[in-house]
Design a protein around this ligand. Sequence first.
Ligand SMILES: *Cc1c(COP(=O)(O)O)cnc(C)c1O
Length: 225
Amino acid sequence: MVEDNLRKIYGELPPGVKLVAVSKFHPSSMILSAYQAGQRCFGENRPQEFAAKAIELPDDIEWHFIGHLQTNKLKLVLPYASLVESVDSLHLLEAIEKWGSLNDRVTSILLELHLGAEETKGGFTEDEITAILERASGTSAANSYPHIRFCGLMGMATNTVDEARVEADFMRIREFKERLDGTFPELKDFRELSIGMSNDWKIAVRHGATIVRIGTAIFGPREYR
Ligand SMILES: *Cc1c(COP(=O)(O)O)cnc(C)c1O
């Protein structure tokens, strides 16, 4: 079943768009089914579960962290994460930089832009992201974040069946990304636009997604424990 779902998605995913198989709440055995079908990139959103799976599963898996990350949990996530997609506060960004300087490691991250209407959803405003990139780039005297690689933006559209609303969210984040590319051409790694989940990934691909994060459409519904 996992294999069929993956094959179906890859059949429609344009080349060059990365699929993150979101395996949160699913057992390692299901990750291995996807792995045996050729999938190598997985996403998790809880630090403890992320670390446990990263340690026990094959070394050539590329792990993306996609959840809220508290600064006291960095050591569970940063040693194993190829990409932290969900950096959503200055406090977290500073803590990742500090961890990197203490451990001599550069962490690849995406900055999460607050999209959509839901008050509870996290993420930065556009102005906050612009200010961070100013401190990370040649427009400032010194790079404040030498242990962070800024790889792009992540966003979650409004959770609605109203397709026009979802499209408006994706258009906003894409336009913002393009403006940043114009303002900070020296940030060569700032390439990714991670938008799109099970319900809206096809719309996201039409609006410039370079990464889609798909869970349910691959692994089925999650059983929350
Ligand atoms: C759970 C999750 C997904 C995947 O959601 P599905 O609807 O199951 O595809 C994608 N992105 C983030 C940030 C998530 O937490």
